[in-house]
Write a protein that binds this ligand. Sequence first.
Ligand SMILES: Cc1cc2nc3c(=O)[nH]c(=O)nc-3n(C[C@H](O)[C@H](O)[C@H](O)COP(=O)(O)OP(=O)(O)OC[C@H]3O[C@@H](n4cnc5c(N)ncnc54)[C@H](O)[C@@H]3O)c2cc1C
Length: 405
Amino acid sequence: MSASDNNYDIAIIGGGCVGGTLACALAQEGVRVAVVEARATPQLWAADSVDLRVFAVTRASERIFRAIGCWDVIEQGGISPFRAMQVWDASSTGEIHFDSAELGEPTLGYIVEQRVIQAALNARMEALPTLDRLCPAELAGFDMDADGTRITLDDGRSLSARLLVGADGAQSRVRGMADIAIEARPYDQEAVVAVVTTEQSHQETAWQRFLPTGPLAFLPLRDGRSSIVWSTTPDQAALLCDLDKADFLRELSSAFANRLGAVIDVEERVRFPLQRLHATRYVSERLALIGDAAHVIHPLAGQGVNLGLLDAAALAEVILETLHSGRDPGRLNNLRRYERWRHGNNHAMQRAMDGFKTLFGESAVPVRSVRSLGLGLVNRLGPVKQLIARHAMGLEGDLPRMARG
Ligand SMILES: Cc1cc2nc3c(=O)[nH]c(=O)nc-3n(C[C@H](O)[C@H](O)[C@H](O)COP(=O)(O)OP(=O)(O)OC[C@H]3O[C@@H](n4cnc5c(N)ncnc54)[C@H](O)[C@@H]3O)c2cc1C
């Protein structure tokens, strides 16, 4: 640890995509930051392999990565722009198509492997002189006093900071140790994730078909293959992972209505339980939560990490303004602005995702008809469609400065 006597302005637990972004945003302005990360991630991998976890990165997130000096490295690591999005309903004729050209934008977003983003963030963190990355190391505990917080790590080291940030994911230990309550609900769904090859190319399009059991997404990868996220019942998810390859390919081709021809190959299949979770508070004296530590949403619109990056950009803005005006970034009255800014936004996105999931899970004939009509109407109503697309791209709403470009 290089900061004098292990004293930092900000200590961040969790150096994933969200924690790493906050760390870079602060340290590039000279703030003394410590990042504690449990997992050492590889910086190199086989050129023809694809990470199972990929993100649909919005234009707002691209701007945030540019602002912290990571975008060029992410671009070199490999991004797959998608210029269109096709959403349709398996139980009705409803269909909607978004096109970046109609919106006057070069792309709707990018599909990027998590490891590509992580490697870019790790390299940037290593290069920033006021940032110490303690990895691998885990949070063991912390004590607050009037001036700051004393943090102990599992390897016996300790450090102090004026503000402790929990960016340690859905199972956040920081949140648990701070006794911050959560509203949590399982979706009774699991997501089956895999990399697949289809007969036809993906056409730089993100595809999503709403099945009665949940949405099935095909996300375009840069090598012409697609990454699938198939949300379905836990029983069907288990079955899909157990099927032999030929049967799985047949099931998947049929569930996707052979939209890109047959699915002809699949790599490892992994399933994740899906849940909705929201912390009742994002801040307390000397503590803030960001990313999945604060909220977890359904992956159907691929917004999870994008919301977390907006949290990181908003909290960085609040902390920098507080420090510039000579105030203490750990004091609750200074942190409340961050909570007011992000809690309502994230809640609205969670509600919207839950609404979609419920609407498309309903198989009653009147609901199917309304769904079909609604999708068709939105598809024809230019301004409404544009507004929905701009929200999905992260270009609307009360955006932090870094996300405005
Ligand atoms: C199937 C699926 C598909 C998804 N697809 C998308 C998508 O397309 N687009 C999108 O935006 N989002 C997507 N998401 C959501 C996305 O994965 C999360 O929102 C995102 O990873 C959250 O980032 P984070 O940095 O907050 O948390 P995490 O990625 O969970 O990172 C937390 C970090 O904290 C570290 N950590 C944990 N505990 C400790 C500790 N005690 N001490 C030290 N370090 C610790 C961990 O090692 C980890 O590096 C998807 C999720 C699922 C399940």
